[in-house]
Design a protein around this ligand. Structure first.
Ligand SMILES: Nc1ncnc2c1ncn2[C@@H]1O[C@H](COP(=O)(O)OP(=O)(O)O)[C@@H](O)[C@H]1O
Ligand SMILES: [Mg+2]
Length: 332
């Protein structure tokens, strides 16, 4: 843990795969990220001392060493095991007993010591299309964790955070999309007011798990390969890339259909008098050609609103955290 007291507002994007913290220092945005995952390894004094020396976040639990954050991925790959995850499909993982404890430790080590009631805005997903309020527990529990750490915490819808981060030049009017690991979150905002938001349960984890079930490889392995070398343009070099292509298309189709559905229901009451931009963000929007493919699928549909342009956030992995920070800065 860092020793300097944290009084500046912070933005935290608490995602299914990564926790990203944004702060403003000397007029610059600074981001720090940890994988929202952990692995347990057998205890040995020598391993523990090496982890300390390397400043790798870890803790002890029932005689085992629990390594959390970025290093857990490499360890899982080395040991041939799956990482354990604190969240699943955008929310706290109900079948992981350690999830709260781990999230608390990861946020604490990213944020450093909190001396006074620093303002923090944290992202929360929107409910899936057609589903009622399934988010109360997730949101209230994260707020509790942050409050216990000493913060004054407020939730911000994830898609709206993307609008705050990327659409200032358009007076915060447009559609923010965050394609993460557990969900794709969408928010249509008009003059910074969220009008419609929803999530689609097709995202990076869906791609990894589906591809793994076809090729017989481990999902973690597929994910590393996807992040390293998947792209939409050109031919697929092998079977795994071809399978990844299929599931990316399923995701894009589901996302665009969800948008058509949600915005048609809102129908004429929207009456926006000008075309609005769509901005894509999140790790799943990063493969080369994703933006083009999304736009192609969108333009082929009878979309219920006029779209001016489709943009890719300049830093897709930081967009939601930056927007959460914008919310924290304006609220303080
Ligand atoms: N360069 C990349 N290419 C393709 N997918 C990526 C890349 N980087 C990250 N991802 C995928 O994006 C997802 C994580 O994105 P992120 O926005 O951090 O999600 P979350 O907020 O849900 O944790 C994971 O499924 C990950 O595999
Ligand atoms: Mg995210």
């Amino acid at each position: 843990m860092k020793t300097n007291g944290q009084t500046q507002p912070l933005g935290i994007d608490i995602g299914t795969s990564r926790i990203c913290l944004a702060r403003r220092e000397e007029g610059q945005y600074r981001f720090e990220t940890q994988l929202n995952a952990f692995v347990s390894i057998p205890h040995s004094a020598i391993t523990e001392s090496v982890l300390k020396k390397e400043k790798i976040p870890h803790s002890m639990s029932s005689g085992e060493i629990v390594v959390h954050g970025n290093e857990s991925e490499k360890l899982a790959e080395l040991l041939g095991i799956e990482m354990r995850r604190t969240m699943s499909k955008g929310m706290l993982n109900p079948s992981e007993p350690e999830s709260l404890n781990m999230i608390r430790q990861m946020i604490a080590s990213l944020a450093g010591e909190v001396k006074e009631k620093a303002k923090v805005c944290f992202t929360v997903p929107a409910a899936p299309l057609g589903a009622g309020d399934s988010l109360t527990y997730h949101e209230a529990t994260l707020k509790q964790v942050l409050t216990e750490l000493g913060f004054e915490a407020q939730p911000v819808n994830e898609g709206l955070a993307v609008v705050y981060s990327e659409l200032e030049a358009n007076n915060f009017t447009g559609i923010g999309v965050s394609c993460g690991a557990g969900l794709c979150n969408v928010c249509l905002a008009y003059l910074a007011v969220p009008v419609i938001s929803f999530s689609v349960p097709l995202a990076g984890d869906y791609i990894d798990a589906s591809a793994a079930s076809v090729t017989g490889e481990r999902a973690n392995h597929i994910r590393m390969l996807k992040e390293e070398s998947f792209h939409f343009n050109g031919f697929f070099p092998d079977k795994t890339h071809q399978v990844l292509g299929v599931y990316h298309d399923v995701l894009l189709g589901g996302l665009v259909d969800g948008m058509v559905d949600a915005f048609s229901h809102a129908g004429k009451s929207l009456r926006l008098n000008r075309p609005v931009p769509v901005v894509l963000s999140g790790g799943t929007a990063m493969p080369a050609g994703f933006r083009d493919r999304f736009e192609k699928i969108l333009r082929e549909k009878e979309f219920p609103m006029a779209i001016s342009e489709v943009l890719l956030a300049p830093e897709p992995l930081h967009s939601a955290a930056k927007g959460a920070l914008a919310a924290a800065l304006t609220a303080s």
